[in-house]
Structure formats: structure tokens, C-alpha cells
Design a protein around this ligand. Structure first.
Ligand code: NAD
Length: 457
């Protein structure tokens, strides 16, 4: 474990020190002003701007991703979020008036956002800057202090964040702690005021169990199997190109990547033909490798036992790569169809009708994202109204993530809570309810014993 602060403490003492410092800074009250919040956001912007080259190099070292892809996936979205938040923050911090009813008038009522306190942000490795700094933007904008734990699987990026990030921020307000699951467990046992976790559904359960001991609220940004439904009337060429593109980004290691395809039978032959062409073409543009041997073995196992027809899917242990694979008609009980894939393998199954596709989705845990390719508003409506997922992309994928004010988050097994833009600010704020009454008049009739006048109300 390393701690990025002036302190040389390690182990539990270091974690306790980070928490005590963050709490003390919060209690000082200095994090509440608009000026302090903006200064932290400017600091985050300077970190991204000045360290962009080092960020790209660290992510390259961790997962082999090229600088352009890192710019698109980690750097640009965070930079945009910071700028968007800087522009909107003063408005978000304003109280909101609410109207009074007959029993409460006269007076004035409003809600006011207040920071929660010390928040814990635990990140995942697949977009190691985006998934730690993006929630931190919202946490600091809302006036909190924070402990940040990047994933140990992207060790070079975690080390970079720990070494450089604190230079740009109020040193008493943000502490970066690196380490593995054991460190994470210690952190989630702290009585922090909010835990924001990005990672797997299995670990999400543990986080929630741990948070329950302190009644700490949680945001769980989890994963799962995000389906793509392709209807008879879809533009098949565009669907194939976009599915192959989205599956290839980060070698399929993206939480909202399409996991598998459900296509109606009449559209199947053309879609399969086009995917066989598109998958290798799109994958060649992304140099990202599989994060480690354990995950490579997991993907190799999924390929070994799916019982379907496979095209592609060469596993290179030395280079930690898997070439893109299309697997048609896999066994529905196989690992490939039961677990989140998180790699460049695309299973495809076919069904007679869109309603069968909807049933297939509803028979499984609620996904983080659901995609549908159709030219029909009626099909779109049927899918939207009869399925549940964190987000939906119609005729494209992943872009829903980049809309400033669309909430990002899961539902059911894919998570709880949301962030991005105002949604992130709200996640890290408590919206306190306030009622002000004047002391005059103070009619005796409103106190017991109640007279006739009150009984008439
Ligand atoms: P993971 O759950 O293995 O680890 C995530 C974080 O949790 C790491 O920082 C890790 O140190 C910590 N951790 C691991 N075990 C822990 C434990 N027992 N107790 C407490 N903390 C623990 O996930 P991962 O492999 O890093 O990421 C892949 C998963 O994350 C996929 O399921 C993916 O879909 C999901 N994901 C979701 C989003 C999203 O925004 N919803 C984004 C990216 C990834």
C-alpha cells in the first residue's frame, strides 16, 4: 500500500490518518465555498492537461492502449466533465424553493444541497483515469473531501495518480491510497459519508455489506451482460459496423460494451456475414491487451466451453491478446452466456420475433446498457416500455455516456445510483429540507386542546 501524502505512514495507521485528515478538513468548513470547489476543479483540469502524456504512457504500460484511444476514452471525457461542471456549479449550488400548502403557509420552504462529508471513491482498471477522476469531479464540486483508491490491476496509472494528483489539489482534502482488495476492505469499513464504487457485481455486494455496518450510502457502478437487439428492419450494415466498433474498444473491456447479440431470424444471415467482415477490421485499430493472465484464462475458458460455432478467437498467452471472435448459437448455460464477457468475444443468438428478444432480456439480470437497432418507432417503443436497463442506445452504442446531462448508472444487478453532470453533484450532496415560519402571528387555536376552528380544517 502506498499513500500519496506528506505522511510516511503505511498500513492501517496510514488509512486512519488519511480519513482523519479528510474529516478534519471537511469540518474546517473551507470546502463549502464556491471558490474552494472551483479551485479544486481547476486543479483537476491542470492535472489532466499537464499530465496527459504521462497518463497515456501509464495506461499504455497497464493495458497496451495507444495514446489516441486514451485521449478519446479517459482524457477528453474527464476534461469535458470538469469544464461542464465549472460552468454550471454556481447554479447547482443554489437552494430550490418549494410551495407551501394550506397547513404550512405562511412561511417559506426550500431545499439546499450540502456536501455529505468524506467520500470514498474506488475505481476500476479498464478506464483507470476516467473511473477515478470523473466521480471525484462530482465529489469535489459538491464540496466533499475524498479518499480515492484506484485499481491495483492498472498499477502504473494508480501510481501516477497517487504521485501527481495531490500536487494539484488541497492536500488536506484529497488522499489517494493504492492497494488491493485487502486495502479496499479496510477503506470500506471506515465510517465515511458516501462510497462510490466502480467494479464487478460480486465485489459490489461486498461493498454494500461493509457499508451497511455504518449505514453509509453507496453508489454502485457495476457491470453485467449488455445485450444488443437487432430487428428485421434494422440497417444491418450500420448495425454490424457499430457493434464491431463498440465491442473492439479497449479489447471489449468496457462496462457498457455490447456483451451479446440477439437478432431476429430473418436479419441473421446478413448480420452474421457483415460481422465476420467488421470484427477483425475494427479490432485491428485498437492495441489494448487483456489486463492480466487471470482474465486471459477466463476468456480462454469461455471460448473452450461454449458449444456454439466460433469464428476467430485466437488466444496469445505471451502477448495477452485474444483476436475478435464471433460465436453463433452458444449453449445458453455456458460461461459465455452466463457471465459478463469483458473481452472481444461476441456471442450471437437468434429468435423469431422482437417479443422473444424482449423475453430473453427479461429472463436475465437487468443490464447496465441495452442496445436496439431498428428503423421502426414501434419496435423502439416496445423495447423501451418492456425492458429495464441502466441506459438504452438506439441505433448506436456507448455515446449515451457522453451526453452531459444523461444520468449514468445501473439498475438491479448492474448497480444503483447515478452520476455525470448534475446527477453526480446530486449523488454527492444531501438535499436538506428547510422550512422557515415567522413567529407572528402565533394563534392559540393551533395548539391543543384544539377548538372548533382546527377541527374544521
Ligand atoms: P473488481 O470488482 O474486481 O474491482 C474493482 C475495485 O474493487 C478495485 O479497486 C479493487 O481493488 C476493489 N476490490 C476488489 N475486491 C474487493 C473486495 N473484496 N472488497 C472491496 N474492494 C475490492 O472489478 P474490475 O475487475 O476492476 O472491473 C471490471 C468490472 O467492473 C466489470 O464487471 C465491469 O463491468 C465493471 N465496470 C463497471 C463500470 C461502470 O461504470 N458501471 C465501469 C467499468 C467497469
Amino acid at each position: 500500500m502506498t499513500i500519496s501524502a506528506i505522511t510516511s505512514d503505511t498500513g492501517s495507521a496510514g488509512i486512519a490518518d488519511a480519513f482523519a485528515t479528510a474529516r478534519e478538513t471537511f469540518r474546517s468548513g473551507r470546502t463549502r465555498s464556491l471558490q474552494w470547489r472551483k479551485a479544486q476543479l481547476e486543479g483537476l483540469l491542470a492535472f489532466i492537461d499537464e499530465c496527459e502524456g504521462e497518463i497515456a504512457a501509464a495506461i499504455g504500460e497497464d493495458i497496451g492502449r495507444g495514446p489516441m484511444a486514451t485521449f478519446m476514452a479517459d482524457v477528453a471525457p474527464v476534461r469535458h466533465e470538469i469544464r461542464h461542471t465549472l460552468g454550471k456549479l454556481a447554479g447547482w449550488m443554489k437552494p430550490t424553493s418549494v410551495s407551501l400548502n394550506a397547513a404550512t403557509a405562511p412561511g417559506k420552504a426550500w431545499t439546499m444541497p450540502e456536501p455529505k462529508g468524506v467520500v470514498l471513491v474506488i475505481g476500476a482498471w479498464n478506464f483507470p483515469v476516467l473511473l477515478t477522476i470523473h466521480p471525484l469531479v462530482s465529489a469535489l464540486a459538491a464540496g466533499n473531501t475524498a479518499i480515492v483508491k484506484p485499481s491495483e490491476l492498472s498499477g502504473a496509472t494508480a501510481e501516477l495518480i497517487a504521485r501527481l494528483l495531490p500536487r494539484y489539489l488541497d492536500p488536506g482534502a484529497v488522499r489517494v491510497i493504492t492497494g488491493d482488495a485487502a486495502v479496499s476492505r479496510e477503506l470500506t469499513a471506515l465510517p465515511v459519508d458516501h462510497i462510490f464504487f466502480t467494479g464487478s457485481t460480486a465485489v459490489g455486494r461486498e461493498i454494500m455489506r461493509s457499508a451497511a455496518a455504518n449505514l453509509t450510502p453507496v453508489t454502485l457502478e457495476l457491470g453485467g451482460k449488455s445485450p444488443v437487439i437487432v430487428a428485421d428492419d434494422a440497417d444491418i450494415d450500420v448495425a454490424a459496423r457499430r457493434i464491431a466498433w463498440a465491442k473492439s474498444i479497449n479489447a471489449g473491456q468496457a462496462c457498457i460494451a455490447p456483451d451479446y447479440v440477439i437478432v431476429t431470424e430473418s436479419a441473421r444471415p446478413r448480420l452474421v456475414e457483415r460481422l465476420i467482415e467488421e470484427l477483425p477490421a475494427r479490432a485491428s485499430a485498437d492495441s489494448t491487451r487483456i489486463v492480466n493472465r487471470r482474465h486471459l484464462d477466463r476468456l480462454a475458458n469461455a471460448l473452450a466451453g461454449h458449444g456454439g460455432h466460433q469464428i476467430g478467437g485466437r488466444v496469445n498467452v505471451a502477448k495477452l491478446t485474444v483476436s475478435p471472435a464471433l460465436v453463433t448459437d452458444p449453449d445458453l448455460d455456458s460461461q459465455l452466456m452466463r457471465e459478463e464477457i469483458f473481452g472481444p468475444i461476441l456471442p450471437l443468438i437468434s429468435v423469431p420475433t422482437i417479443d422473444d428478444a424482449i423475453d430473453f432480456v427479461n429472463d436475465r439480470p437487468k443490464p447496465l446498457a441495452l442496445y436496439v437497432f431498428t428503423e421502426s418507432r414501434e419496435t423502439e417503443r416496445r423495447v423501451l416500455e418492456n425492458t429495464s436497463s441502466g441506459s438504452v442506445g438506439i441505433n448506436h452504442m456507448l455515446y449515451q455516456l457522453l451526453v452531459d446531462e444523461l444520468p449514468f448508472g445501473g439498475v438491479g444487478a448492474s448497480g444503483m445510483g447515478r452520476y455525470h453532470g448534475k446527477h453526480g453533484f446530486d449523488t454527492f450532496s444531501h438535499h436538506k429540507a428547510v422550512l422557515r415560519k415567522s413567529t407572528r402571528p402565533d394563534p392559540a387555536v393551533t395548539y391543543p386542546p384544539y377548538g372548533r376552528a382546527m377541527q374544521a380544517i
